[in-house]
Design a protein around this ligand. Sequence first.
Ligand code: HEC
Length: 131
Amino acid sequence: MKIMKLLALSALIGSGAMADDTLAANMSQMENGLSNIQKGFLYNTPALIKNGVGEIHKANALFHDMDATKKYLPKDKQHMSNIAFNASKRIDSASAELLSNLDKKQFSKAHASYSEIMNACTACHAVVRGW
Ligand code: HEC
């Protein structure tokens, strides 16, 4: 019995550590994507902007539904998983707007969508960090 409990415990700890690694890797990809979008606007290089949006889109897939999102929040913040999930959805919709504005060469509007993406990142971080 004791050994079963120990095994279950180590499996829990193990999966927790893996979830942490996944989260850290995805957040690093989010950050890289956001920087590339910013650089793309600063250097007037649409390809870099598109690339950055693609990176964010991939990383943001981690939060594909409410349960998945909840899993990556600290225990004491999990009751706010709906706010975190909405922030992730906002990133997807703002990304789609950004690309569509970019295609129309509406750069100012595209830049506003970039700000919206960043605000959505902050909305989830505010929940997670108790800002
Ligand atoms: C659904 C919630 C959620 C969204 C959306 C989100 N993050 Fe995070 N982010 C987290 C969590 C959870 C952490 C880890 C806890 C912490 O750092 O406070 C984190 C941490 C980070 C970190 C620090 C990682 C580290 O190793 O210390 C960076 C950088 C980051 N996020 C970037 C972004 C960017 C850029 C976006 C938007 C494109 C974004 N995040 C959107 C939840 C989210």
